[in-house]
Design a protein around this ligand. Structure first.
Ligand code: 3PG
Length: 377
C-alpha cells in the first residue's frame, strides 16, 4: 500500500479523506471521541501540506443518522464547514471555492443508497470532488462500500497515517513473540470461531470469554442455563482437546435476580451467565504476567447489563504487565478510555469488525482496493 506520507506535493490538491467517524452518540452528544482523536494528526498533516481536505464518513446504519455532533466536536478544534447535501449544485461551488488548508465535512454517506451498494455512478460523483483519495478509515475497510473500494478505481489512492499503523500493529500478532495469549470475548460465535481456530495455531494460549464461551461449555457437556447461545451445529471436539485453549473456571451468574459467583460446572438451568469470575481472572493474570505479547478483543461480560468488571480488571492487568499488547473492539476500547489507560497499552485499535476480519484474513477489501489502484498521480 502506498502511504500518504510518501506523497511529495499535496499543495492545492483536493483530497478526499475517508475517515471512520462512526462514533457512539447519546442524546446528540459523542460518548467516545477515541476514533476522532486518532485521526486529528492526519488532518493536521494534510493542512500543513496545503491540501484542500474533503472528509467523507458514515455514521450509524440509518439514512437519518447525522454527523452533526461530530462536526460540532471538530469545530472546537479545527476550522471546517459542514455540507449536508453532497449531490446539490451548491456543493460543487463550495468545493471549487476552497482555499489551500480548508476543510469540508460531508454529511453521513449512508444517506445515499450508493455508498453501501458500491454503486459506480455514486463513486464517480464522489471522485469528481477530488484529485487524490486517502483511506484513513481502517475500521470501515471490511465494508465493500463506494468510498472504500470504489474510489481507488478513479483517483490516485493512498493509505492514511493511522491506517498504516493499524496494519503494522495488528500484523504483529501473526508473528508475535512467545509466550503469547489471545483473549477473545463478546458474542457472534459463528464469526469468531475461525479466529479461535487460527490463533490456537499461532498463540500459546487462547482464552475465550463473553457469550462466545457458552457454545464451548455446552460442547463440554456443561450447563449454561438461559445464557445466549449461537445457533447451529459445531464440531468443537478438536478445539476442546487443544491444550492451548483456556476457559473460565468460575462465572458470575444471575440466580433468581441476585448476582452470584459459581464454579463453571455448577450453573443451573434457570441461571444466566453475566461475566467471568475472580478465580478465572487470577488464572489469566498468571498467564498475562508471563506473556510477551497479548492480543485482546471483545468484552468478557455482558456489557449491555453493566457487567464490565472482569474486562476492566483484565485491561488493568495488561496495562501493568509491561508486555506488548494490542487491544480493540468498541466496548473494550471504551473500557480502556474510562480507566485512562490508553497510554499504557501498546496499541489500541480503532477497528471492531475490521480488526477481527483483518486478524482472520490478513487482508481487507479496503487494503485490496488500495493495492489494486492503478491510477497515477
Ligand atoms: C464500525 O464501527 O465497526 C465501522 O464503522 C463499521 O460500521 P458498520 O458495522 O455499521 O458497517
Amino acid at each position: 500500500m502506498k502511504n500518504i506520507l510518501e506523497v511529495e506535493n499535496l499543495k492545492g490538491k483536493k483530497v478526499l479523506l475517508r475517515l471512520d467517524l462512526n462514533v457512539p452518540i447519546e442524546n446528540g452528544a459523542i460518548k467516545s471521541d477515541f476514533r476522532i482523536r486518532k485521526i486529528l494528526p492526519t488532518i493536521d498533516f494534510l493542512q500543513k501540506q496545503g491540501a484542500k481536505i474533503i472528509i467523507l464518513s458514515h455514521i450509524g446504519r440509518e439514512k437519518t443518522n447525522t454527523l452533526e455532533p461530530v462536526f460540532n466536536y471538530l469545530k472546537n478544534k479545527i476550522n471546517l464547514t459542514f455540507v449536508e447535501d453532497i449531490l446539490c449544485d451548491e456543493t460543487k461551488k463550495i468545493v471549487e471555492k476552497m482555499n489551500n488548508g480548508d476543510i469540508i465535512l460531508f454529511e453521513n454517506l449512508r444517506k445515499y443508497d450508493g455508498e453501501d451498494k458500491n454503486d459506480d455512478s455514486f463513486t464517480k460523483t464522489l471522485a469528481a470532488f477530488g484529485d487524490v483519495y486517502i483511506n484513513e478509515a481502517f475500521a470501515f475497510s471490511h465494508r465493500e462500500a463506494s468510498s472504500v473500494v470504489g474510489l481507488p478505481q478513479y483517483l490516485p489512492s493512498y493509505s492514511g497515517i493511522l491506517f498504516k499503523k493499524e496494519v503494522e500493529m495488528l500484523s504483529q500478532s501473526f508473528n508475535s513473540p512467545h509466550p503469547s495469549i489471545f483473549i477473545l470475548g463478546g458474542n457472534k460465535f459463528n464469526t469468531k470461531l475461525p479466529l479461535i481456530e487460527k490463533f490456537l495455531n499461532r498463540a500459546d494460549f487462547v482464552f475465550v470469554g463473553g457469550a462466545l464461551v457458552n457454545n464451548l461449555l455446552i460442547s463440554k457437556g456443561l450447563e449454561v442455563g438461559m445464557s445466549l447461545v449461537a445457533e447451529g451445529k459445531f464440531d468443537l471436539s478438536g478445539l476442546l482437546s487443544n491444550k492451548k485453549l483456556v476457559l473460565p473456571v468460575d462465572l458470575v451468574v444471575n440466580k433468581n435476580g441476585s448476582v452470584v459467583v459459581k464454579p463453571v460446572n455448577e450453573i443451573a438451568s434457570d441461571e444466566i451467565i453475566l461475566d467471568i469470575g475472580h478465580e478465572t481472572i487470577l488464572k489469566l493474570k498468571k498467564i498475562i504476567e508471563g506473556a510477551k505479547f497479548i492480543l485482546f478483543n471483545g468484552p468478557l461480560g455482558d456489557y449491555t447489563k453493566g457487567f464490565d468488571r472482569a474486562t476492566s480488571s483484565l485491561v488493568e492487568i495488561i496495562a501493568n504487565s509491561g508486555a506488548e499488547s494490542v487491544i480493540g473492539g468498541g466496548d473494550t476500547v471504551a473500557c480502556i478510555s474510562e480507566l485512562g489507560l490508553e497510554d499504557k497499552i501498546g496499541f489500541v485499535s480503532t477497528g471492531g469488525g475490521a480488526m477481527l476480519e483483518f486478524l482472520l484474513n490478513e487482508d481487507l477489501p479496503g487494503i485490496k482496493a488500495l493495492n489494486n489502484s492503478k491510477i497515477k498521480a
